[in-house]
Design a protein around this ligand. Structure first.
Ligand code: M1P
Length: 265
């Protein structure tokens, strides 16, 4: 494995570059290319790097890591589920939990309602895992998370035409908004549900905690690269946060190009 200078000894030691995953570092649910991994490794020689993804760590391991490489070794900071699961230099940081926040009874009501709603939905195909329970959020999918890549693409097109997720989210906001939840459509086939404020800006709490630690790095410049930076997209909050410099990308090729230019790589 490549060796990297300690965080406080990199040429741009007070700079961190954070990346969304799907459509920023990789195509949706696909593997990172060797060229992208090489670019990240070169950038890591200069500044700290991290990812901040909505999905859980298992997905980022599949997409960026490999059978022999743990994704937590490829970044200084790993923020899965918006930072609710976090690693610094391969070590897990303290976390927070969706179920503790919402409580079992409210959670049961939400799940009962959502599953009934999905049962009544007329979508071209239904697969399995309609609700995925994660540490810091739940993910709800009308087609089911077991959909294949082809089924995902077909569902996404159908959803765009028929506003299935948009309507679903409106109904849930109406019924469960009082629980302080945010409903965020970030990917192709699903939406995330998490306590308001536990969006991607959540990961910045870890960087603030780092600055407070004796010998911790104080990041003065926090770049964020993401594709869903528009209002309502799941990158919007961190992209527009005054603590970050936001960069909007069209796809992983665009990320590659912008990083090469910005950091002279
Ligand atoms: O990273 C964006 C989103 O990716 C997945 O969405 P989908 O399966 O709908 O394409 C999910 O992991 C979702 O949680 C995440 O926000």
């Amino acid at each position: 494995m490549a060796a990297y200078p300690p965080l406080d000894q990199r040429p741009l030691a007070d700079t961190i570059v954070l990346f969304d995953v799907d459509e920023t570092l990789t195509k949706a649910r696909r593997h990172a290319t060797p060229e992208m991994l090489d670019l990240l490794a070169r950038l890591r020689q200069k500044a700290a790097i991290g990812f901040v993804g909505g999905s859980n760590l298992v997905k980022q391991q599949e997409q960026i890591g490999s059978a022999s490489v743990n994704v937590t070794t490829l970044f200084d900071w790993c923020f899965a589920e918006n930072g609710l699961t976090a690693y610094r230099l391969g070590e897990e940081l303290p976390s927070n939990s969706f179920i503790e926040y919402i409580g079992e009874d409210n959670y049961k009501e939400l799940v009962k309602f959502a599953l009934h709603y999905i049962a009544d939905l007329d979508v071209p195909v239904k697969r399995g895992t309609f609700i995925e329970f994660r540490n810091g959020m739940i993910n709800i999918s009308p087609v089911g998370r077991n959909a294949s890549v082809e089924e995902r693409n077909a569902y996404e097109a159908f959803d765009l035409e028929n506003g299935i997720r948009k309507k679903f989210v409106e109904v849930l906001r109406e019924k469960f908004g009082h629980l302080g939840l945010t409903f965020s459509i970030g990917g192709q086939i699903s939406f995330d549900v998490f306590p308001t404020g536990w969006d991607k800006t959540y990961c910045l709490k870890h960087l603030e905690a780092e600055a407070e630690k004796p010998g911790g790095v104080k990041y003065k410049t926090i770049h964020f690269f993401g594709d869903k930076t528009f209002v309502g997209g799941n990158d919007y909050e961190i992209f527009s946060d005054p603590r970050t410099i936001g960069h909007s990308v069209a796809d992983p090729d665009d990320t590659y190009k912008q990083i090469k230019e910005l950091f002279d790589l």
